[in-house]
Structures are given as structure tokens and as C-alpha cells.
Design a protein around this ligand. Sequence first.
Ligand SMILES: *[C@@H]1O[C@H](CO)[C@@H](O)[C@H](O)[C@H]1NC(C)=O
Length: 335
Amino acid sequence: MQRHHYCHFLLISCFCFSALALSRSHNKQFDQALNYEGSSDLVNLEYHMGPVLASPIKLYVIWYGHWNPTHQATIRDFLYSLSSSSSYPSVADWWRTVRLYTDQTGSNITGSIVLSGEFYDSKYSHGGYLSRLAIQSVIRTAVNAYPRALPLNPHNGLYLVLTSPDVRVQDFCRAVCGFHYFTFPNIVGVTVPYAWVGHSGTQCPGVCAYPFAWPKYSGRPPPSTNGGNNIMRAPNGDVGADGMISVIAHELAEVSSNPLVNAWYAGDDPTAPTEIADLCMGVYGTGGGGGYVGKVYRDSWGSGYNVKGVKGRRFLVQWVWNPVKKRCFGPNAAD
Ligand SMILES: *[C@@H]1O[C@H](CO)[C@@H](O)[C@H](O)[C@H]1NC(C)=O
């Protein structure tokens, strides 16, 4: 894997279990404005013959822990926006890049992602600390709950576990902000793709809510839409939830293009694949990379965003690798 080559100073890079990962040791990358926004030579993204999520996705969300309803509403609206028509550039327009990936039958990734069920695990069924593997047990609990269990859907189900600000997760904030994988039948009963993303608001906003917060260890002020030093405000008012949305977007793009970790990734090591969103870490607009988020929009309150969603919402999501253009791309691209 080539994480050294394309990560911005925050260095959220790929880690095993297809994680949105990061490493402080890569701070030395700080001064290097390397990015792949306009380059294709260094990327060896390959298809490894496995399936992609081509059938319409039924998304099931598990809210683990104690959640603020306002934050839930923001995240829910983002999920609704994935398959809704909003004015350009929309979240669905952003997802169009993901849809360019196909499997060996020629089927594209679906454009239909429907929020089909939610489960509130407000009793912290597996405690306040979750190992990576315990995320699968959280899913098992949700599909076996009585009375309001989530369906166990091995045909086109995708499970998204979201942990509240107080929940600690193995490697969270140190190595990962989220990850995706698939469940083991002996834990959940079937193999289904899933992703986990944590709310970093109290634990590490400077690490996982980039670019709305700034890593303390960096010694530098936060990035902004114009390359200056004024901090970019979160478009929906919560650094943790708005930061989570870009991580959720990242994980949804990757779980769809590499659900069983045998489809689309770069690098020779399937335990540490570099996936379609890993290639564009820290890039949210034209010119992005190396600590500059790129050209994004800014509203009158100073909030940064690059896509629009339902109910007039605005979100900031990182770009993903476009396999046709062979560069990172998003609907707010200047070209
Ligand atoms: C499916 O993927 C192919 C190859 O990237 C692309 O040319 C085509 O436009 C895609 N179709 C949709 C509906 O996105």
C-alpha cells in the first residue's frame, strides 16, 4: 500500500479491515502538497473479481449509545440525500462517481440507497468500549432484539453502526475514524457488509472531524476554504456530526466498491487495501491536497460545504477516485 504518497498532513490513511485510518507519525508529510487530484500515474487501483453492491441497498442504521436527536436528524438527512434529487451539486451527484464502478458481470454500483430501518441501542448492549469484532455483536443484538429487531437481510442489506461521543472503540482516534468489513456467520448468522463510524466530538475532533477542527499536535491553524487561517465552520452546526458525515460517505463508497474486500482496491495487500476513498483523503474540491481542502463553497456564516441535500441541507464530503477520469472527483469540481 502506498499511504505515504497521497495523504495530506492529517494523514488519514488506509489501515487493515478497510478502515478510514490515520497516523500521527506521518506528520512529516505536512509540507508535502502531494495529491492525486490531477494525477493518475501513481495509482494502481485494480478490480479483484469480487462483487460490488449492485442491487438497490437497504441501509440499516444502529445508533449505539446516547445520541443527540439533532445530530441524528442531520445524519439521517445525509443518508436520505444519497438517493434524492436535490439541486446540483447534490449528494446524489457525488454518489454518481461511486456508481462508475462495476463488477465482472458489468453491473454498476447501485444508485438506490434506502434507509430501511433504525435501531436504538441506547442501553450500550456491549458496553462503553467496543473492540472491532464487538461491532459485529452489536449488529447481532440489533437483529435479534425484541420487539423491534432490525431485519437480517443477506440479499441487499448494509448495516451502519454509529457510536455516540462517549463510546470508545478499538483504534478510534488513534488509527481509525471508521471502517467497513463484513460479518461472520458464526456471530451474526450470515455474511452482510457493514460499516462503523464514531462521533469524534469529545474524543478527537481534530483527528476525525477534519476540516472543522484542527489537530492540536500539528501546531498549525485549521485549513479553510480559501487557504487562509480562519477555521471552517460545520455546515449543520456540530463539528462531530458534520465530520462524521464525510467519514460515513467515505465508508459507504468503499463498502459499496469493496464489500467483501475482494473487489476494488489498490496495493498488493488485501489486509491493508487502499480503496476508492482512501485515494482522496483530505480532498473536497479542486486543487485539494497537502493540507488544503480544495475549492469548496462557503455560506455567509463561514460554513464550508460542497454538496446539497434534502431539506436545503448542505454537507461537506470528501471526493472519491473517478475510475474514468483517473483522478479524485466530486460534483463541485471546477472542471
Ligand atoms: C457504469 O459504469 C461504467 C464504467 O465506469 C460507466 O461508463 C457507466 O456510465 C456507468 N453507469 C452508470 C449508470 O453510472
